[in-house]
Design a protein around this ligand. Structure first.
Ligand SMILES: [Zn+2]
Length: 291
């Protein structure tokens, strides 16, 4: 049995999954089975396993397949348009924006032209020179941000970070501490209500659960975490990034295939992502948090 939950202190864990998990890219599975535990107190799922060192290049190697800021940009620059679309660009000008888990700066480089100041919170030291060169104010962790910035941030983003950290409650408390009254945060994480996880509870699970993700959330458990961290309101929503082709080929071949590999009737394609998003079955979970 794990230690008490670091989010809610409950010791009421129940085993939710036991089997191989992903180590790195598709096809690379752990030799030993791992257990995913569900917390009876706050509903978060937790992967039992070793602690990882987020400050090291080895960690970036596990997450992106290679270390280095060029690899980060090549991997993540293309994902930023989707985030800007969800965020909207109408309320960024003149604002102070903080990115928790800024990586190589793919997101902040885009909004830096409109924002008054951009704070990059990023533990990987090898990214810091590129972040500073991009004009961002850099800190390794939220707890390193000095008092002059606390309560000064209009918008914080934290994309695909909460699943990685040892203490999600502390992360969300640090985000909230930077926000000014009325400030907002946009956070994201993989959705454990992903339809494929329900349909393929072994084959997709061993792809979905991975060594670098310690925590797994659905909309209620993510909102509960935010409220526990002191946010006044949490509004979860879902976003689906993949197409019908990928979905069908997962069911047929039990592996990711990328986009557009089989012909799909356009009306079905058009209805697919909105249907999954409205029913909470999309692959990604977001939430707007109000300070
Ligand atoms: Zn808990």
């Amino acid at each position: 049995m794990p230690n008490p939950c670091s989010i809610c202190s409950s010791d009421q864990w129940s085993p939710h999954y036991r089997g191989p998990i992903r180590v790195g890219k598709f096809g690379s599975l752990s030799r030993e089975p791992h257990t995913i535990w569900r917390c009876g107190g706050c509903g978060a799922d937790w992967l039992e396993g070793a602690t990882l060192d987020y400050e090291s290049d080895d960690y970036r190697q596990l997450v992106d397949g290679a270390a280095g800021v060029e690899t980060f940009h090549r991997t993540h620059d293309g994902e930023q348009a989707h985030k800007l679309e969800l965020l909207g660009t109408g309320s960024l000008r003149g604002k102070v924006v903080a990115d928790f888990g800024a990586g190589g700066g793919s997101f902040l480089d885009l909004v830096g032209g409109m924002a008054r100041a951009t704070l990059a919170i990023e533990p990987t030291a090898s990214f810091h020179p590129a972040l500073r060169a991009g004009g961002h104010v850099v800190f390794p962790y939220g707890s390193d941000v000095p008092a002059e910035w606390r309560g000064q941030v209009d918008l914080a983003v934290c994309f695909s970070v909460v699943e990685h950290v040892e203490h999600p409650l502390q992360l969300f408390q640090e985000i909230r501490a930077l926000l000014k009254p009325g400030g907002r945060a946009l956070v994201s994480t993989p959705n454990r209500d992903d339809w494929l996880l329900q349909l393929l509870p072994q084959d997709y699970a061993s792809f979905f659960y991975r060594q670098v993700h310690r925590w797994y959330f659905d909309a209620p458990s993510l909102a509960a975490l935010a409220r526990r961290a002191g946010f006044k309101d949490a509004r979860p929503f879902h976003a689906h990034r993949f197409d019908v082709s990928n979905f069908l080929l997962w069911l047929r071949d039990r592996r990711p295939s990328g986009l557009g590999k089989v012909d799909v009737p356009p009306a079905l394609q058009a209805a697919f992502a909105p249907a999954l998003e409205q029913s909470g079955r999309a692959d990604y979970l977001y939430a707007w948090l109000e300070a």
